[in-house]
Design a protein around this ligand. Structure first.
Ligand SMILES: [Zn+2]
Length: 264
């Protein structure tokens, strides 16, 4: 089986752009968020990164056609079960792990980058040496600002919220998710988004040697930055916070910041 580079961390931390650039660097295949294969690829008319509907995409269509009806049904259950709230009462963990490993193996002979990033999903593969875990972390103020801002969603042709995490819920989740990832997964590299924006090539070279011939543009789900070519550049903070809002975000994100001595 080929190596799978598993991106983990909280949404809006730059996981999509980093996953995409990592796959290009590796000469690999950027899958996008494979955990959503059922809802985005099998059930709804969602767009692949190439602009085609996933079921019509030249890359995803043959992969989907190799899945049995029973496997498709299991993928649907996995999407619901593998939520952070279910982390301590994992159901069918070995079934889901085996099925996703099979899907990974159907995705060809390139190194794969899976930006599903959901902790319980990544946790299933923690003991498998074929999986390389990359933890992506971004300033909690920026993550909360992004979470509270609308994005243009090409699939809908309109602006909307990808997820609206809430002003207090987002920094709290930021601490919980990043601490779970740090202590319960065998993280090979931690990439701070701000460092990546400044020196992308340097950070990618630390992870692996560059290889040509990536399979680009066929990501399954995730931030709209997966569409088209994206330049790596600092993103302005979209939503400005009052002093009290800023204080609340800093207070709720305190545990991870203190432990790692970042974003102090
Ligand atoms: Zn495609």
């Amino acid at each position: 089986m080929n190596k799978v580079y598993m991106i983990v961390g909280l949404g809006r931390s730059g996981t999509t752009i980093i996953g995409k650039k990592l796959a290009e660097h590796l000469g690999g295949f950027f899958l996008g968020e494979l955990i959503y294969l059922s809802s985005r690829g099998l059930e709804n008319q969602s767009l692949c990164g190439c602009g085609e509907y996933i079921k019509d995409c030249e890359v995803w269509s043959p992969i989907i056609s190799k899945l049995s009806e029973a496997e498709k049904a299991t993928l649907k259950c996995a999407e619901e079960d593998l939520r952070i709230k279910n982390v301590f009462r994992f159901k069918n963990q070995s079934t889901y792990r085996d099925l996703f490993k099979r899907v990974h193996s159907l995705c060809g002979d390139r190194r794969l980058v899976d930006s599903s990033k959901i902790f319980p999903y990544a946790f299933m593969f923690r003991k498998d040496p074929n999986y390389v875990f990359i933890h992506v972390v971004r300033d909690p103020v920026q993550v909360t600002s992004s979470m509270l801002s609308k994005k243009y969603i090409p699939e809908l042709g309109t602006e909307g919220y990808l997820h609206n995490g809430g002003l207090l819920r987002t920094p709290l989740r930021w601490s919980v998710v990043n601490l779970l990832v740090k202590y319960l997964l065998p993280i090979r590299y931690t990439v701070f988004y701000e460092d990546f924006i400044e020196h992308p090539e340097k950070l990618l070279a630390k992870i692996a040697e560059s290889t040509p011939n990536a399979l680009s543009g066929h990501s399954l789900a995730g931030n709209p930055s997966r569409f088209g070519d994206q330049t790596i550049k600092p993103q302005p903070q979209k939503k400005k916070f009052t002093w009290f809002e800023h204080f609340s975000i800093r207070a709720l994100s305190w545990p991870y910041r203190i432990i790692t001595r970042r974003y102090l």
